[in-house]
Structures are given as C-alpha cells and as structure tokens.
Design a protein around this ligand. Structure first.
Ligand code: NAI
Length: 468
C-alpha cells in the first residue's frame, strides 16, 4: 500500500472506531487497522454488549420465575433454553459489529485487518491472519488497542474451568457452582447473570466491599441486593492456589490474617481488572515507553512523547470505560482539526448493570471525607417513590452530594431501577455546574423514578425532601 493517510487508527473498539468516524467527518483521510476478524473491540464482541444481552435475558427469566406472581401473572413451568439465549446474544453481537462495518463504509474509512506494529512514527507493518505482510503510512497514528483481562499467577486461566470474562459469556452450559474472583464491575455483572439462571455464585474479593471503586454506600447496598440472588461474598479474601482435577477446580483461599481454607467449584471466573494492550505494538522501535501498568502517557491533545503518535482509551491512564475511550477519540481528532475540544474527566459516569442498577458520577463521599472538603448530602429512598412502588421496584436510593458553601453538585450516586439512564441527568447538571437547589427546582415528570434525583437534591440543600 503506497497511500499515505492523514490519520491511521490502530484498534477498532469504541475508542478507535469512534475516532475514525469523527476524523472522517472532519475531512481527514482515515485508515483503521484491526487484528480481529470483526470490528467493535472488546466492548462489542465480548464485553459491554454481549454481557448486557445476557443480563437482559437472565433478568427476564428471573422476573418470570420470581417477580411475575406478585403482579398477578401466572406462568406454567418456566425454563431456560441456554442455546437460544446464547444464539440471541451472538445475533446481537453480529448485528452490532455489522453496524460498525456499515459506518466505516459510509464514512469512506479504509479498514485493514491484521496485527499492527510500528516501523517508524508514520509507518505501521500489518501482519494479516494468513501471515501476509503489508505496510500502511499515515501522517498521524492513534493507538486505541484497548485492554485484556489481568491474570493472577496462582489461578492460571485454562479457558475451560478457570476462565476470563471473554469465555464467561459463552459457557457451553450453565454451571451448578461458580467462584468469581474479584467483586468489581465484571464480577457482579456476570455473577448476577449466572446466579439468576440458578448457579450458586461465590464472589471472592480482596477489599472489604463490592465495587470498591464506587461510593461505599453503593457497594454495601449492592451486597444486600445480591444476597437475595443467592450470591455469597467473601471479603478481604484472596485465592492463593488452584488445581483442576476431575472436572472440578479446587481453590485455596487466604483471609487478611493469612488463614487459609479450601473450596471447590465447577468454574472459576477471574475478574480482577484489566491491563493495557501495548505489547507487540513495536513501541520500542519508535522510542515510546510505557508505565509499570503498560499504559502510555499522553498530553492534553492525547499526543504521546513521540510526535505524531497519539493514544486514547484503555491504553492511557484513567478509568477503563468504553465511553471514556470514545470521548477521548472525538476530542483527539477534533484537536487535530484545530477545534477547542476538551473532555471533562470529573463528569465521566460509571454504571454497573446489575438489577437494581448502580451508577455514579463525580466525587464519592469517601473521597470528600478524606479530602476534608465540606459537603452536604441528600438521600432519597426508592421505597418512598410512588413510581417505584407501582413498579414493585422500591429497592435502593439516590444520594446527591453538594459543596457545603456553594451548594454546587460534587457527586451523585445511586442504586435503583434504571439508574443507568437516570445518571444522565446528574451528568448534565454537573457539566453545567448546577447546585443541588437547581436540581431541586426543576420540574420532574410524575410519576417517574427520576423524581428521586430531585428529592435527594432537595435533601442536600437542607430543605426536606417532600415525600420522605
Ligand atoms: P474492576 O477493577 O472493576 O474490579 C476488580 C476487582 O477485583 C476489584 O474489586 C479488586 O479489589 C478485586 N481484586 C483484584 N485482585 C484481586 C485478587 N487477587 N483477589 C480478589 N480480588 C481481587 O475490574 P473488572 O471487574 O475486572 O473490570 C475490568 C474493567 O472493565 C474495569 O475498568 C471496569 O470498569 C470495566 N468494565 C466496565 C463495565 C461497565 O461499565 N458496566 C462492565 C464490565 C467491565
């Protein structure tokens, strides 16, 4: 290939493909290199989208078996057709990744499949799956190669009995028992899927609570909620050894006092975080260093220490979230086009798709306490919401935190029905630097779950919520 593109993107996940589309919209000639056969990266092929497909299917089953009766709906015997549930998930993946092919064609973006390795800052060598080698030249390159599940040396993955999240979305059958190592986002989401389908799930978590990266009230409430699904949690515990024998995995667990005990199970899912995919990119050939986590440092234009080479998403420091990667991709190419784009890292929301859902944006109360900054808190429980009671979804709360002096909203954290969508209001409010009083004065439609956000905001202003 002798063409020189304006921008080359390595990796077609939600960081890379979005950067490519925005760059094409801005008039750049764009090429995108992807090692996998399908576009969309982890998010579309093994992560966000397939896990949500299984979360939704398993939630339907859970409701049919556990929640319909109270609504006065009688069913016959309800059972799971695992093959169909898997097929639907695979169809969702195929349709969604095909949509990215369409968008690449629509925006006249050249797609090259193969593994990219830098030869120079403007030339990349691409090795296709049939080992054919080509080179691609671009004036600027954006590294958007994402991340891979981290492993623990004491529990090596074998892809069958000890698995990562990629395998967990395609298990050949629903296991009777599963141990999940790591009570973070993947652990509680995929743990929920299997617990709803009847698997006895045990979560082994090293910290003292679930989803330790989020406001601690959320982790506590989530644990209570998951115990209703027969998910057992062991906190301050890690796995120090594992063996596979007779189609079972035997684990040795150690608590914080190094007291050990053993347990065995059908399948172990390791979900202890992710590491940046930077090995094999030939970064050393262009003099680009990574930090101890394999990540690449960038400036506020997402340019690395090597001129003309940029990086976005999971390969750079910050939360490993699809929407963070996409926004960085947009800002990166808009800055190349001379726009004054920027990303507000203080308003990136985090969502956990359990049911009830968990969502948060901004400072956690734990972080504010530690910082010594004065703050006020308003909390509203869904059990006081008319809409939530009508829906039989009254578990959870919304918590609004505002500055003690100015009343500016510093953080909003919630666990409850449709929290993934409700957090959007908090993000908009914070983006416009709203006060809690501002949210409290906005008319919210009645009856909606979102009234809980208004009521919690009223609580933070020092006024009383109306319905609690
Ligand atoms: P995570 O960082 O959310 O959670 C990992 C958990 O494992 C932490 O709670 C940590 O304390 C625990 N841990 C670490 N080492 C351990 C050990 N040896 N023994 C026991 N516990 C240990 O990482 P996770 O769940 O693997 O997810 C990876 C990334 O993918 C995260 O950045 C997450 O935000 C992202 N993701 C986002 C989703 C969403 O937005 N809904 C869904 C799934 C993943």
């Amino acid at each position: 290939m002798s063409d020189t593109y304006d921008i080359g993107v390595i990796g077609a996940g939600p960081g890379g493909y979005v950067a490519a589309i925005r760059a094409a919209q801005l008039g750049f000639r764009v090429v995108i290199i992807e090692a996998q056969a399908t576009l969309g990266g982890t998010c579309l092929n093994w992560g966000c989208i397939p896990s949500k497909a299984l979360l939704d299917s398993s939630e339907h089953y859970h409701n049919a078996t556990k929640a319909f009766a109270v609504h006065g709906i009688k069913t016959g015997k309800v059972s799971v057709d695992w093959r169909q549930m898997q097929q639907r998930k695979n169809d969702v993946i195929a349709n969604t990744t095909a949509g990215i092919d369409y968008l690449m064609a629509k925006n006249a973006i050249t797609v090259v499949h193969g593994l990219a390795t830098f030869e120079t800052p403007s030339r990349v060598r691409v090795t296709a799956s049939d080992n054919a080698v080509s080179t691609v030249d671009a004036a600027k390159w954006i590294i958007a190669t994402g991340s891979t599940a981290s492993e623990i040396p004491s529990v090596p993955l074998d892809g069958r009995y000890i698995i990562g999240s990629n395998e967990a979305i395609s298990l050949p059958k629903i296991p009777k028992e599963m141990v999940v190592i790591g009570g973070g986002v993947i652990g509680v989401e995929l743990g929920s899927v299997y617990a709803r389908l009847g698997t006895a799930v045990t979560i082994v978590e090293w910290s003292d609570r679930l989803i330790p990266g989020m406001d601690s009230d959320l982790g506590k409430a989530l644990r209570k909620s998951l115990s209703g699904l027969s998910i057992t949690c062991h906190f301050k515990t890690k796995v120090v050894a594992s063996t596979v024998a007779n189609k079972r995995v035997q684990l040795t667990l150690a608590d914080s006092n190094d007291k050990t005990r053993t347990m065995d199970t059908d399948v172990v899912l390791v979900a202890v975080g992710r590491r940046a995919n930077t090995a094999g990119l030939g970064l050393e050939a262009i003099g680009l260093q990574t930090n101890e986590r394999g990540q690449i440092a960038v400036d506020d234009q997402y340019e690395t220490a090597v001129k003309g080479v940029y990086a976005i998403g999971d390969v750079t420091p910050g939360p490993m979230l699809a929407h963070k990667a996409s926004e960085e991709g947009v800002v990166c190419v808009e800055r190349m086009a001379g726009h004054a784009a920027r990303l507000n890292y203080a308003t990136i929301p985090g969502v956990v798709y359990t049911w009830p859902e968990v969502a948060g944006v901004g400072d956690t109360e734990d972080a504010l306490k530690a910082s010594g900054r004065g703050y006020k808190v308003g909390k509203f429980l869904f059990k006081a919401s008319g809409r939530a009671r009508a829906a039989e979804e009254s578990e959870g709360f919304v918590k609004v935190i505002s500055d003690a002096q100015t009343d500016e909203v510093l953080g909003v954290h919630m666990i409850g029905p449709r929290a993934s969508d409700m957090i959007g209001e908090a993000v908009v409010a914070m983006e416009f630097r709203a006060s809690a009083e501002d949210i409290g004065m906005i008319t919210h439609a009645h009856p909606t779950f979102s009234e809980a956000v208004k009521e919690a905001a009223l609580g933070a202003t020092g006024q009383r919520p109306i319905h609690m």
